[in-house]
Write a protein that binds this ligand. Structure first.
Ligand code: FAD
Length: 512
């Protein structure tokens, strides 16, 4: 072979221009690695999903006539890390070049950039995955500074001519968020279609994970429901466009107690396929817009809500990551120091909202955006959990968690640890929010209407404790000044009782 080419587990992009090159010239390396399985404690389904998708990608490339070296943990275990494996293979196959696609994670990029391969030409290629090329990210955002996602998103709508009517946004509005905050009523819950799940056999992978003592979290299943081929990912996209998109926007913030066949509500579950690059974001956007144009039941608020997530949030979060790393990972503006309670790892808590979000995450390696942001994220924010521990949990538990997308969402959006690079105010909420957006409170041990009694919803007092202890940081923030005025209006005795209850919750956090 002329060269060795590395395909990482999140680079399973069959449409990459590499695959238009001469098939005989390159050997494609797809390798399960202990360093990737171990850099954090992953959900077992996440490890299975990546390994299975890599295996399937290797088979597909092989069938298409490419030379592929697919190595399992059994075959890579003797190499200390990825560079050691690459050096060995370059030598073994006597290649004259080594190519890789730019990793999306800082950790891996650094490893690739520090690679020294004597006498070999080392080339870095774009992944050809995102809409905004890496080199252009700083045209949109400034490191260390807040840029509102909305403005970034509007620029991309114009640039890529997405949902535009000449120079105006389709529907004469950029944003239909106000129509996208409905709570699910029972009839809406009954109407949710059963999730489309696959049955990928991962029994061999589970054995390998065990044999190599990879430490994992969450519950495993021999039959993996996540898409692990491009064809399955396409099926999931088609299912979403037909059955879920008509109601996606209006219920995108809603939450309900988990049921076994409707646990993803109207969400697409496409994040794993997107992040592993089995699907291109533009393809997902174009497919959803085609469905909107064909189906009169899909109104503009639904399609705009979906496009905003992918064209807006996903591209924006990536820009925040790359323009702020490596400093970003050390940010802790609120000086949060507390340890993450143990129920994040086993799900046994009396708080119904937390128990629902955590148990669903342990069972399915999935929770939707509002569960991540307003349930687990909000709880960690209010109780002041150290952002390193919050990041570690999120990076491990979700099927779609890769640092570039996990960290700005967690450390930035939920924990305000970046001092407002992502969010203009902390996403802090009391029990009132849970009551408004979910049916969790009606099945809860605690009383959402109470603030300071022994059975009061812990979020109510923790919310005010959070506001009170960070008054110096937020009182002048015009978006939350009103909250402080409301707090001051309450009499001293009431405020003291609320703060005392919050302090009890903090001191006894393991018992909540
Ligand atoms: P849908 O609700 O159907 O949305 C469609 C797509 O939009 C998603 O697949 C995703 O690609 C994209 N998207 C939506 N919101 C965001 C966002 N805030 N950032 C980036 N992309 C977005 N997403 C990840 O892919 N990996 C993560 O590790 C991750 N960690 C998160 C941590 C926290 C604390 C929060 C608040 C959000 C996180 N998200 C992450 C974003 C979002 O929650 C998930 O993308 C989404 O829940 C995946 O489910 P879905 O495919 O059903 O999404």
């Amino acid at each position: 072979y002329k060269g060795l080419r590395l395909v990482l587990g999140d680079q399973l992009n069959a449409k990459h221009s590499w695959f238009a090159d001469d098939k005989a010239e390159y050997l494609y390396l797809i390798a399960e690695l202990k360093q990737e399985a171990d850099y954090t404690k992953h959900h077992i389904q996440k490890v299975c999903a990546f390994f299975k998708a890599m295996e399937n990608f290797a088979v597909a490339l092989d069938k298409a006539g490419f030379h592929v070296l697919h190595l399992t943990l059994d075959e890579t275990q003797d190499y200390s890390d990825l560079p050691a494996l690459i050096a060995h293979l370059c030598d073994k196959y006597q290649v004259s070049s080594f190519d890789y696609q730019r990793p999306d994670e800082y950790r891996l990029l650094k490893q690739m950039m520090e690679l020294t391969l004597d006498q070999l030409q080392v080339r870095c290629f774009d992944t050809e995955h995102f809409l905004v090329p890496y080199e252009e990210l700083d045209d949109y955002l400034t490191p260390g500074k807040h840029t509102t996602m909305e403005f970034f998103y509007r620029k991309l709508r114009r640039r890529f001519n997405v949902l535009m009517d000449d120079s105006e946004p389709l529907g004469k509005q950029w944003n239909f968020d106000s129509q996208n905050r409905n709570k699910l009523k029972q009839k809406d819950i009954d109407a949710i279609p059963q999730s489309l799940c696959f049955a990928n056999d991962v029994s061999d992978i589970l054995k390998r994970i065990k044999r190599h003592k990879v430490k994992t979290i969450g519950n495993s299943e021999e039959s993996l429901r996540w898409p692990t081929t491009r064809a399955q990912a396409q099926d999931l996209l088609a299912f979403f466009c037909e059955h879920l998109l008509p109601s996606f926007g209006q219920f995108q913030d809603a939450m309900t107690c988990k049921s076994d066949d409707k646990w993803t509500l109207y969400h697409s579950r496409l994040s794993f396929a997107l992040n592993a690059k089995m699907l291109h974001p533009k393809h997902v956007i174009d497919s959803a817009i085609a469905a909107y144009q064909d189906n009169s039941q899909i109104d503009i608020a639904q399609i705009e809500g979906f496009v905003r997530q992918i064209l807006g949030w996903r591209e924006y979060i990536r820009a925040v990551y790359w323009l702020n790393m490596p400093d970003y990972r050390h940010k802790n503006y609120l000086l949060a120091q507390r340890n993450l309670p143990s129920y994040f790892w086993h799900g046994k808590t009396k708080m119904r909202c937390l128990s629902e979000a955590i148990n669903q995450s342990l069972d399915y390696a999935y929770a939707h955006h509002i569960q991540r942001l307003m349930v687990t994220g909000n709880f960690c924010l209010l109780t002041g959990i150290h952002p390193d521990q919050v990041d570690e949990w999120y990076l491990g538990i979700y099927i779609d968690a890769i640092e570039w997308v996990e960290m700005p969402n967690t450390r930035g959006m939920t924990q305000f640890a970046d001092h407002g690079i992502v969010a203009t105010k902390p996403y802090a909420a009391s029990g009132n929010y849970m009551q408004k957006m979910s049916d969790y409170c009606q099945h809860c041990h605690y009383d959402v209407k109470q603030k300071s009694s022994d059975d009061a919803c812990p979020l109510n007092s923790l919310y005010w404790h959070f506001m009170h202890r960070h008054e110096d940081k937020f009182a002048n923030n015009h978006r939350i000044g009103m909250i402080y005025r409301n707090w001051q209006k309450q009499d001293e005795k009431t405020r003291q009782e609320v703060l005392t209850r919050a302090q009890w919750c903090l001191d006894n956090i393991e018992q909540l």
